[in-house]
Design a protein around this ligand. Structure first.
Ligand SMILES: Cc1cc2nc3c(=O)[nH]c(=O)nc-3n(C[C@H](O)[C@H](O)[C@H](O)COP(=O)(O)OP(=O)(O)OC[C@H]3O[C@@H](n4cnc5c(N)ncnc54)[C@H](O)[C@@H]3O)c2cc1C
Length: 375
């Protein structure tokens, strides 16, 4: 048994785990990160960061690095069956996940953090704070920060039951194509939408979502064929499909969710990011929320390192309403994007057009969030 009784044990080196690690290491709180894979798993995909996520990175003093490895999208345009219904300048930054992970990992390591790859958690003793891994190693730690994503084992221990993620009714395709497009575009059609944005000067990332009973596996790495992708997204104009078809490889996966939680902790485990609240990705908030969670919990741990229960209950109090609200708003956005009734489509397009020139209050509520206002 490895003795790490004064360490916060962080399970999972995704966005939430790495961000929490950075917060703790920078403030000399001992932590150890366990990741099941042999390296970070960015899967060649892109991520868009909205002002609330960027604000957290700013508070973590990481924005210089983020600026150097991301693109400020010039505009976001929304098209409804080829007609532009929204065009605005919403200050998003887009980048490859790989670069985001690299920035966080470098910050963590340079601040003295410790990470162990090939450590796949298989069991937890939540009373004695012991972690058991598939490779046979065992650790006793001070507190368990569960950052192990949508298939979280820690969440099952917290809920005291096994449960599988639930198919959301949406499946998705993603890929990268060579392009100098400098803006983000969203193409809406019946039961489907496609999002494209640059991740650097020469590469466009796309995600095409379709509402379907054909539940693909919940794995980012399942390869698909261009032919199959075109069939799934056939409601979109050929011109767009031709651009997506230039991808060297395309991947497909099912989008899954979990029921909303009433509590974000149990005993000595605290849940963060997708382990706590996987959401449909239609407002691009999962990663941003993971950053917010980690920043808030990190700050609370630093301030209450001798009273972890206080840190846990404050964390839940600060985060739970926002998490639940954004989950609902993301689901609503999916319904809005995929409308098929012509009258409702007309109404939606009218409102989108209107919000091009006014502040979109819904988005503003999400994007203006500053965790420091709650700490
Ligand atoms: C199509 C799509 C597009 C998206 N686009 C955006 C976007 O533009 N903007 C945005 O903000 N969000 C976006 N998201 C959401 C975002 O990707 C996730 O919400 C975010 O990655 C969650 O971070 P996390 O750290 O909680 O979990 P993850 O990133 O899933 O990390 C979990 C980590 O835990 C590790 N792990 C799992 N189990 C174990 C175990 N047993 N032992 C050890 N390690 C383990 C995993 O290997 C992984 O490294 C999108 C999601 C999807 C599906």
């Amino acid at each position: 048994m490895h003795q790490y009784q004064n360490h916060i044990g962080i399970v999972g080196a995704g966005i939430s785990g790495l961000a929490l690690g950075c917060m703790l290491a920078k403030n000399n709180i001992p932590s150890i990160l366990f990741e099941k894979h042999s390296k970070l798993g960015s899967h060649g995909a892109g991520i868009s960061l909205s002002p609330n996520g960027l604000r957290v990175l700013e508070h973590m003093n990481l924005m210089n690095n983020i600026h150097n490895h991301s693109v400020q999208t010039s505009r976001t345009r929304i098209y409804s069956d080829s007609r532009c219904v929204y065009s605005a300048d919403p200050l998003l930054r887009t980048m490859s996940r790989e670069n985001l992970y690299k920035i966080l990992l470098e910050e963590y390591l340079s601040s003295g953090g410790e990470i162990l790859f090939n450590h796949d958690l298989k069991g937890i003793d939540n009373n004695k704070s012991k972690l058991f891994f598939n490779n046979g190693s065992k650790f006793i730690i001070r507190h368990i920060a569960a950052c192990d994503g949508i298939k979280s084992l820690c969440r099952e221990v917290v809920l005291k039951k096994n449960s599988d993620p639930i198919y959301s009714g949406y499946s998705a395709w993603r890929g990268l194509v060579a392009s100098d497009q400098d803006h983000a575009s969203i193409y809406l059609s019946k039961r489907s939408h496609i999002v494209t944005y640059p991740i650097d000067k020469n590469t466009l990332s796309f995600v095409g979502v379709v509402k379907t009973n054909k539940a693909y596996k919940q794995q980012w790495m399942s390869r698909g064929s261009i032919k199959e992708m075109r069939e799934d997204l056939s409601m979109h104009p050929n011109e767009i499909l031709n651009t997506l078809s230039k991808a060297n490889e395309v991947h497909k996966w099912g989008i899954y969710q979990r029921p909303q939680l009433k509590n974000l902790f149990n005993n000595n485990i605290t849940l963060l990011g997708d382990a706590a609240h996987p959401i449909v990705p239609f407002l691009g908030q999962g990663g941003c929320m993971a950053l917010e969670d980690s920043f808030v919990f990190g700050k609370l741990l630093i301030a209450n390192i001798n009273d972890l229960q206080k840190a846990q209950s404050l964390y839940e109090k600060i985060r739970i309403n926002r998490i639940n609200k954004i989950k609902q708003m993301s689901e609503f956005q999916g319904r809005l994007y995929h409308l098929s009734n012509p009258l409702l489509v007309k109404g939606r397009n009218f409102l989108m057009n209107l919000s091009s020139s006014t502040t979109d209050k819904r988005l503003d509520r999400i994007w203006s969030y500053d965790p420091l206002d709650y700490l």
